[in-house]
Design a protein around this ligand. Structure first.
Ligand code: SAM
Length: 204
């Protein structure tokens, strides 16, 4: 069964096994949205778009164009459906991609949003794509490829939680090793964990 979320600005349907924003929309979604600021004229890439919620928020924050990608076909179909539901087809392109694999070669963005799975645990099936990042392989590849797709003054944002003891230091070390500096732009407490919104920019 589909879940449906409606706010005064956005309508979101959640297809089975697609990561749901919590009602009406998750804390992290709100804070990431606040963090976007004014996106007028900006090019945005939303990696791991799920329902498409953050791509839709970006378009509503004024982005010129948004590319929304997910590795999981039901998520791609769900995001496409939500883009239509919100009449944003002219602003958002949705397609399947394993991280940057299908993003046009050399294409650069002002903002990359990457709310990927954050639990370092072996993945048992595709339905758990939203949750598990075994040996942190998706994040390693994200940080390896991101510099090719980020404009010089662009930024990458993501939400992370201390679900495992070394979650934050592992992410921060990976970012620094990959040539990024980082800022924690928001920290909140929910479900017995600390949730942080990070912003990454290239080291000069
Ligand atoms: C935690 S959910 C976030 C969904 C959405 N961005 C949100 O904030 O509600 C993570 C999403 O990343 C997708 N994903 C996992 N691995 C991926 C990969 N290698 N490339 C692209 N998307 C991936 C999952 O299918 C899932 O939809």
């Amino acid at each position: 069964m589909e879940l449906k979320y409606r706010s005064h600005m956005i309508s979101i349907d959640v297809f089975p096994f697609v990561f749901p924003p919590s009602s009406p929309f998750s804390e992290s979604t709100h804070t990431v949205f606040d963090q976007f600021g004014d996106l007028r004229g900006k090019a945005v890439l939303d990696i791991g778009t799920g329902t498409g919620i953050l791509a839709i928020c970006s378009a509503l924050a004024g982005a010129k164009h948004v590319e929304a990608v997910d590795i999981y076909i039901p998520a791609v179909e769900c995001a496409e459906s939500n883009v239509r539901l919100n009449h944003l087809e002219s602003k958002i392109s949705v397609y399947q991609s394993d991280l940057f694999s299908e993003v046009a070669y050399g294409k650069q963005f002002d903002l990359i949003i990457a709310n990927l799975p954050i639990v370092d645990y072996p993945e048992k099936s595709k339905e758990f794509h939203s949750l598990f990042d075994p040996s942190f392989k998706y994040h390693k590849e994200l940080f390896r490829k991101a510099p090719q797709h980020l404009k010089a003054n662009g930024k990458m944002v993501l939400c992370h939680a201390d679900l495992q003891d070394d979650s934050f230091p592992k992410l921060e070390e990976l970012a620094v090793r990959s040539g990024f500096k980082f800022k924690i732009v928001n920290e909140s407490h929910s479900l017995g964990h600390v949730w942080r919104n990070y912003e990454f920019t290239r080291k000069e």
